[in-house]
Write a protein that binds this ligand. Structure first.
Ligand code: GTP
Ligand code: MG
Length: 483
């Protein structure tokens, strides 16, 4: 961002639309000075003289307003507000911050911002308040990201992960790793300075051990990513199968909502329908899709193309079968194409008498007795009825358990929830690998030191101990304006 950090910024911090209260935030060296042009405390004292961290009833002024100001001082009065000044460094950004709480109407909030801009503030960029909090040392990068996760959390479990991150759980882990590596680096560099040969044998063994230990922790963190991601983003479940097996009925039944069109005509669903539900605190994103079959119909063909995209993105596939019909060639085709993906077989319409046969699909023993993937027993079959609701609770709990390890809910350790963190951990891992290889090959201490430094940098990128404008831009672009 080419915008200066010396500017005083302002933004509407509450969602657009009508609300009881709307908040305009201002942050920067001139925040109080600028706000003083727009709000006038009812106690008649200049804004600059008010105490920090206290609310003051004030008038919001805007010259273009048709309403007369109480005192008749020329500028228009548009609303009354509660105003709070938070002087640096005890504010979210670490700078002087003013928050103006008006009634939550779009026009009032925009006019308030206009007034501030006319007196020298500029509109904030997405995430700029949080970026300043980072630059001023109020938060590290994982905590800044956790602010976004907290805003976006839709379930208890995702909020819990966000809050743990916000409290610095990952940062502490990373800082400990870095401290250890800095210690090792000092060791290696001392060897370089004082020894004739680069590194003595004893030192090499110690260094090797320290690097191995660090690497093990890095591996554990990387391994937590899969679950961490699902908890943050939600488990994406695509409901797929040939036409008319009851995919849309299943979606509706799971959501307990008449969301998708259901009919006895094969080929009803065309657009992918994406809805969220909450399963034991974890967000589940359900995708209802078009029935898979060969078709000449161009619209249905486009629906199937979209279905393929949805399948590509899904974490789990629910391969739905029709319990009354048994397995058809179309079912076999679906299974052959997608059977290698993480999936569950769902036999729908169990309220109807079973007429067909299921044997041609490699089904697991003890059907419906728990997830069997990876145990060499074939995929699990869960029997349900979208019509009566039977078996649905079991279906959701099986989805939950094949995606998330049990016990994790009870004792969340540090979870890596973002690809960015995982990528940096991967980079650190590779650099540590290199360092160890150099040690084994008895290469110069300089070589080893170089790789340890690279690992330190990669870890530092996670917390922001090492950061570039490019990394910051990528992180804060996903924030809303006003946060
Ligand atoms: N008896 C019974 N009928 C069901 C059940 N689930 C769905 N049906 C019926 O099966 C037919 C097809 O249901 P849909 O949900 O539209 O099937 P779909 O798989 O979404 O079909 P497409 O969108 O065409 O691919 C409808 O007539 C439903 O009422 C069930 O559990 N029991
Ligand atoms: Mg459908």
């Amino acid at each position: 961002m080419e915008h200066s950090v010396d500017d005083t910024i302002c933004a509407i911090a509450t969602p657009v639309g009508e609300g009881g209260i709307g908040i305009v935030r201002i942050s920067g060296a001139d925040a109080v000075e600028i706000a003083a042009h727009v709000v006038r405390p009812r106690n008649q004292r200049p804004l600059q003289q008010l105490e920090s961290h206290r609310l003051y009833l004030s008038d919001v002024l805007y010259p273009e307003s048709p309403l007369p100001l109480r005192e008749g001082q020329g500028e228009g009065h548009i609303d009354e507000a509660l105003v709070v000044i938070m002087r640096k460094p005890r504010s979210y950004t670490g700078e002087d911050v003013v928050e103006i709480q008006t009634h939550g109407g779009a026009w009032i909030l925009q006019a308030t911002c206009h007034g501030l801009i006319r007196h020298g503030a500029r509109m904030a960029q997405p995430g700029e308040f949080t970026k300043r909090a980072f630059l001023n040392g109020r938060l590290d990068l994982t905590q800044a990201e956790a602010v976004l996760d907290t805003i976006q959390a839709t379930t208890a479990r995702s909020l819990q992960a966000a809050q743990s991150l916000l409290r610095g759980s990952l940062s502490q882990e990373i800082d400990t790793l870095r401290e250890g590596l800095i210690h090792v680096l000092a060791h290696v560099e001392a060897g370089m300075d004082f020894a004739e040969e680069d590194i003595t044998f004893i030192q090499a063994a110690e260094v090797q051990q320290a690097l191995t230990d660090t690497q093990r922790v890095v591996e554990q963190l990387i391994a937590s990513y899969e679950e961490g991601r699902l908890i943050r983003e939600g488990i994406k479940v695509a409901i797929i199968g040939r036409p008319n097996v009851g995919k849309s009925s299943l979606l509706n039944a799971l959501l307990k909502l008449d969301r998708a069109i259901v009919s006895d005509q094969p080929g009803t669903t065309r657009d992918v329908i994406d809805e969220s539900m909450n399963v034991r605190g974890v967000p589940l994103r359900l995708l209802d899709t078009a029935g898979l079959r060969q078709t000449q119909d161009t619209v249905e063909g486009e629906g199937i193309r979209r279905t393929e995209d949805a399948i590509a993105e899904a974490d789990v596939l629910l391969l739905v079968l029709d319990g009354a019909d048994g397995v058809t060639d179309e079912d076999r085709a679906v299974f052959e194409t997608y059977g290698s993906r993480r999936h569950l077989l769902v036999m729908n319409k169990m309220d109807l008498p079973e007429s067909g046969t299921f044997s041609p699909l490699p089904l697991g023993e003890g059907q419906g007795e728990g997830p069997s993937q990876g145990k060499g027993e074939g995929p699990e079959l869960v029997k349900v009825s979208a019509r009566t609701g039977e078996g649905l609770d079991r279906l959701t709990s099986v989805i939950h358990s094949i995606c998330l390890k049990e016990g994790l809910e009870a004792a969340p350790s540090v979870l890596v929830t973002r690809l960015r963190h995982k990528a940096s951990l991967g980079q650190a891992h590779r650099s540590l690998e290199e360092a160890m290889r150099s040690l084994e090959r008895k290469e110069s201490g300089e070589c080893v030191a170089l790789d340890i430094r690279a690992a330190l940098d990669a870890l530092g990128e996670i917390t922001g101990a090492v950061s570039t404008e490019d990394i910051l831009d990528r992180i804060f672009q996903y924030f809303c304006i006003g946060k």
